[in-house]
Design a protein around this ligand. Structure first.
Ligand code: ATP
Ligand code: MG
Ligand code: MG
Length: 342
């Protein structure tokens, strides 16, 4: 493998391409939007997923295709696959693109999720609420991120509709949220990073802290769950697994078939960070071991937080990452910092 194709030119694609550069690999990024954060890449195509000519020449120019964003249309993947292997594989994408498929798969391999019900249309909502109860959360099956496409339901009589096929999830009364960033190589080798403690605000990840402060029986269980998911999907690459910690055990919230925001701390905490780990996995190189050398708090710079950059650049023990995005709109991830706390 000498050239890696990356679908999606946001900050994750950008950081993947930087990691690939360090290993002497080239990247070609394919991004349907305008002004992508990953314009630092070697080759960049900005065209829609419907543009077959652009897609074909992209796929023909690379040895393997990976992605930073899981909502790539099936037709585009069908075309790409004629030219280059897709890693992580199509099944991992299909399972995680759709919350209903995702939760069904997780239950099938014996893992706990929040109780859920399929809500294909608004008419099905009352029945789902009767089954799952309240409080509960209605989430669109596809395309949601940063808490978008979600409606919290406390009063069955006043339940809003998301506007698209959804699942209704029972509210989990968790004591903490953690995530595991796990990597699996083409040979089945698995390496996990330490589980991080995640704090969300308004549905958006605010901070990730490592170590997470939970007992080893919880963190070990979390890593084993992540490894089980990766093996069941015959996964190649880095995957993020979000979990709720409850007195009754761990509940899987969702999986991301890609590098994950809650794994950004690895840039300051490990010799091989999640981005390099993903590149290594999809390129068929040996994986890093995931060992953490320092304690880190990762904080996202969201919207107006960008004004804190001058001060953060002066602070000791702080690694600043900026995505080069234009306008600091509310709720937009503009960058992150990794603060070494010990
Ligand atoms: P991401 O940006 O992580 O992909 P998302 O839009 O897919 O976010 P979720 O991870 O489903 O959204 O939910 C966002 C946050 O909302 C969770 O991290 C958690 O804090 C809260 N949340 C989601 N589902 C539940 C639930 N069933 N019970 C309690 N809290 C929940
Ligand atoms: Mg999600
Ligand atoms: Mg999430």
């Amino acid at each position: 493998v000498t050239t890696i194709g990356i679908l999606g030119g946001g900050q994750l694609g950008r950081m993947l391409s930087v990691a690939a550069s360090r290993l002497g690999l080239r990247c070609h990024i394919y991004e349907p939007g305008a002004a992508p954060a990953a314009d630092v890449a070697h080759d960049l195509t900005t065209a829609t997923y419907e543009d077959e000519t652009a897609l074909r020449s992209f796929a023909a120019s690379v040895d393997v295709v990976t992605y930073e964003f899981e909502n790539v249309p099936t037709e585009a993947l069908d075309l790409i696959e004629r030219f280059a292997p897709i890693r992580p594989n199509r099944r991992a994408l299909a399972v995680s693109q759709d919350r209903l498929t995702e939760k069904t798969f997780l239950n099938e391999i014996g893992l706990a999720t929040a109780p859920f019900a399929d809500v294909p249309d608004q008419a099905a909502l009352a029945g789902a609420i009767a089954q799952i109860g309240t409080p509960s959360i209605l989430k669109t099956r596809r395309m949601g991120y940063d808490g978008k496409g979600q409606v919290r339901i406390t009063d069955p009589a006043q339940a809003d509709w998301t506007g698209a096929p959804s699942v209704l999830e029972g509210f989990v009364d968790f004591t903490a949220e953690i995530s595991v960033i796990v990597a699996r190589g083409a040979d089945g080798q698995v390496a996990a990073f330490d589980p991080g403690l995640n704090v969300h605000q308004g549905g958006i990840l605010r901070t990730t802290t490592v170590p997470c402060g939970l007992p080893a029986r919880v963190t070990t269980d979390a890593v084993l769950i992540a490894a089980r998911i990766a093996a069941a999907l015959d996964y190649v690459g880095v995957m993020g697994v979000e979990l709720f910690v409850t007195p009754g055990g761990l509940i899987v919230n969702e999986i991301a078939p890609r590098v994950h925001n809650s794994g950004h701390w690895t840039q300051a905490g490990c010799t091989v960070d999640q981005f390099e780990q993903h590149i290594r996995a999809v390129a068929g190189l040996p994986l890093g071991d995931g060992k953490r050398y320092v304690d880190v708090v990762m904080e996202n710079l969201i919207g107006a937080d960008i004004a804190r950059v001058p001060e953060l650049l002066r602070a000791p023990d702080v690694q600043v990452h900026l995505y080069g995005k234009g306008e600091a709109r509310e709720g937009r991830k503009m960058g992150h910092v990794n603060r070494i706390t010990r």
